[in-house]
Design a protein around this ligand. Structure first.
Ligand SMILES: [Zn+2]
Length: 230
């Protein structure tokens, strides 16, 4: 494992998780500049926050959490692009372990989560990109919280990239496009993981898919970042 870490550092030198500036070692997550900037949401005090507000159309969501703000023209946007399209599953993993640690630091919150799943991509898209970043983030969160991760959600249709659509269009475009495995009923509290929460439309579709097969399971949401405008 040490050799692997060493090789990893040769190819991908340790960088700040937020801005990409170099840091002394893989254990250092943020550079000094980012520690001073307001990149953190500071939702640590609880799960009733700006994010739950954005998911207001989802009834009965238990908790929602994101540790970082996503700003369009900030370096973090470049990093998220690399995670998604740049063949950098290692970055997704690093961010995932940071998300797991952040969740762990919230007192008493989400301690009863017994299964983690993630926002799915269509198999064709996954094959093209090589991986689903949300899956890697979720697995990394699961490892750090010691909670299993399962592919409970799957995408039935290969929809176009949605970056130009508003919330209603995104909702309409995705309606019925995600299915949930009835295995979810074996659990009490499921956490859905994704990279970024923008309008919340995709999360809403995932929520509805789970609700359809499991009316009683508790559902929470965690993403790495929340867009600062939407
Ligand atoms: Zn930084």
């Amino acid at each position: 494992m040490k050799l692997l870490n060493y090789l990893g550092e040769l190819f991908f030198p340790s960088t700040c998780i937020y801005c990409g500036a170099s840091v002394p070692d893989a254990q250092t997550i943020f550079c000094p500049d980012c520690l001073l900037l307001s990149v953190f949401t500071n939702f640590q005090t609880g799960w009733n926050n700006e994010m739950t507000d954005r998911l207001i159309s989802i009834q009965n969501i238990k908790n929602a959490y994101a540790p970082l703000f996503y700003k369009k023209n900030a370096p973090i946007a470049g990093l998220f692009y690399k995670i998604k399209y740049g063949n950098r599953p290692d970055l997704a993993q690093k961010f995932g372990s940071f998300l797991g640690k952040s969740l762990h630091q919230i007192p008493k919150t989400g301690r009863d989560i017994d299964i983690i799943c993630y926002v799915p991509v269509h198999p064709i898209k996954k094959a093209r990109r090589g991986y689903n970043q949300s899956e890697i983030i979720a697995q990394s969160v699961g490892e750090s919280l010691k909670i299993p991760t399962l592919p409970l959600l799957s995408r039935l249709t290969n929809i176009d990239t949605q970056t130009h659509y508003g919330r209603m269009d995104r909702l309409k475009n995705q309606e019925g496009s995600i299915r949930c495995d009835s295995k979810v009923n074996l659990f009490n509290h499921v956490l859905i993981v994704d990279d970024i929460l923008t309008t919340g439309a995709t999360m809403e579709i995932c929520y509805d898919a789970i609700r359809q097969v499991a009316p009683k399971v508790d559902i929470s949401v965690a993403t790495l970042a929340l867009t600062d405008n939407w």
